[in-house]
Design a binder for this molecule. Structure first.
Ligand code: FAD
Length: 281
């Protein structure tokens, strides 16, 4: 099993200490890399530089997310070069979303992530990861077109894929099979988002085209105590990771939300054999 952790740039002192604590607690799991988001939730470029710097300062292999929305090519390239000058050798290359209304490409910009990957590959020799959507990107013309554009990102020079989180494991496994059908052979890192707050995850999922199965909502609705909800969140993620590993998918990218409890709980549980195996050993 290999893991990576995603963080976002904090905006105030309380956020800084949450990030510091989360990074410190999670670093012991020796991630393949740690990534810092860019522009998501309205964060500024300076906040992303500072966030990436924090990961680099802890000697973590650091990936910077970079988006091409709302900027011309020159500006995007200058930003990428600034990250590289900082010591970053891995980009998660993304289109991003327009802050209000439907996405409109910048007239002098990279229109889609495949164009951004090609632009970075003109000079960048480090790792490039790209995003993929097992439940299909909400603005995709069709599932087949979404997959074809993902293939275009790989053909432009991307090295690996990180998925949007997806709580339906069958959907994830079908997606992995579809990748093979269209000739995508690069590593697939499955996004795992342990559920810290079911209502918040349901709201966010509705915006980004992911679904939270009714059965998961029902399991949380039956609980009142915080500690029971924490245990359930860990159980759900552990169950999913185990099923994925049984099917050959063993690279997990945790959306940590700058918190460590759930991710560390999942990893600690995965390190132990499942109870029935332990009993029969
Ligand atoms: P693309 O691959 O460009 O695809 C976007 C849409 O356009 C899809 O519907 C696709 O089917 C279609 N499309 C693709 N190429 C073409 C083409 N050539 N012609 C026509 N249509 C095309 N957002 C942030 O702002 N900051 C972040 O740090 C960030 N990190 C993320 C990390 C991960 C792992 C994931 C899964 C998402 C992240 N996002 C982030 C969100 C992301 O920016 C949005 O999901 C965005 O809507 C799509 O980005 P993309 O790179 O997948 O776009």
């Amino acid at each position: 099993m290999q893991v990576s952790f995603e963080f976002f740039p904090p905006r105030d002192n309380a956020g800084q200490s949450s990030l510091d604590n989360a990074v410190q607690q999670l670093q012991v799991w020796q991630p393949q890399f740690a990534s810092m988001t860019y522009g998501a939730g309205g964060t500024s470029q300076q906040e992303s530089f500072a966030g990436a710097q924090k990961l680099l300062a802890r000697d973590l292999a650091t990936a910077s997310h970079i988006t091409c929305v709302g900027a011309d090519r020159e500006t995007v390239q200058a930003t990428a070069k600034q990250f590289v000058a900082q010591g970053v050798d891995h980009f998660v290359a993304l289109r991003g979303d327009s802050p209000d209304g439907p996405y409109v490409p910048h007239p002098q910009g990279y229109a889609y992530a495949n164009d951004l990957v090609a632009g970075l590959r003109e000079w960048f020799t480090g790792t490039i990861s790209v995003a993929a959507y097992p439940e299909i990107h909400p603005q995709a013309l069709s599932g087949a077109k979404d997959l074809a554009f993902l293939k275009a990102k790989m053909d432009a020079g991307a090295d690996q894929i990180i998925t949007q989180y997806c709580y339906n494991t069958d959907t994830l496994l079908a997606f992995a099979e579809n990748l093979q059908k269209v000739g995508i052979t690069q590593p697939l890192l499955v996004g795992i988002m342990p559920i810290h707050d079911i209502a918040a995850v349901q709201r966010f999922s509705a915006r980004c085209g992911a679904t939270v199965p009714q059965s998961i909502g029902d399991r949380f609705a039956a609980l009142e105590q915080t500690q029971d909800k924490v245990k359930l969140a860990i159980d759900i993620a552990v169950e999913q990771c185990r099923q994925l590993m049984e099917n050959g998918l063993d690279q997990f990218h945790f959306y940590t939300l700058n918190r460590s409890t759930l991710t560390a709980g999942v990893l600690a549980t995965l390190e132990q054999p499942p109870v029935n195996m332990a009993l029969s050993a």
